[in-house]
Design a binder for this molecule. Structure first.
Ligand code: ZN
Length: 145
């Protein structure tokens, strides 16, 4: 399970920081989850709660925030979001998609890094596109005591 291994690495990081900084406990942990990661935020939150049972982490406040995906054009600096990306992906030939039957999940949902390859700039048409936000999981805030 994707979410469980991500939760484990977050907890491992928090716990090694606690040791490194000689802290007694972790009081707050805020995590940003990128939209392109296709992570179920509730599953991740439950996994984190399940793994933070150690004395130093058990009273820790865990918060998750989903960060919307955002794309940008390296040629004209335009920016756009997931709605435009989905619209463009919807026009791909069906044999390029890896959709699962009876699922309304996005095509390419296991390969967020492939998105820029299938998307072009809605303003100038360039295919030199970068993912600006929403492609990773980050610890935004870690409060130790
Ligand atoms: Zn452009």
């Amino acid at each position: 399970m994707h979410e469980l291994s991500i939760a484990q690495s977050i907890v491992d990081f928090a716990s090694s920081e606690t040791e490194r900084q000689n802290a007694k406990k972790v009081t707050e942990l805020n995590v940003d989850v990128g939209e392109l990661m296709q992570i179920d935020a509730e599953v991740l939150l439950n996994a984190l709660k399940m793994l933070t049972t150690d004395m130093r982490m058990k009273d820790c406040k865990v918060r998750l925030r989903v960060v919307s995906a955002s794309f940008s054009c390296r040629r004209c600096s335009s920016r756009w979001g997931m709605a435009e990306a989905k619209r463009q992906l919807g026009t791909l030939p069906p044999d390029l998609k890896v959709e699962e039957p009876e699922s309304d999940e996005l095509p390419l949902h296991f390969f967020p890094y492939l998105y820029p390859a299938f998307i072009h700039c809605p303003r100038c048409g360039s295919s030199d596109v970068a993912v600006t936000e929403g492609e990773d999981v980050q610890i935004r805030r870690l409060v130790l005591e």
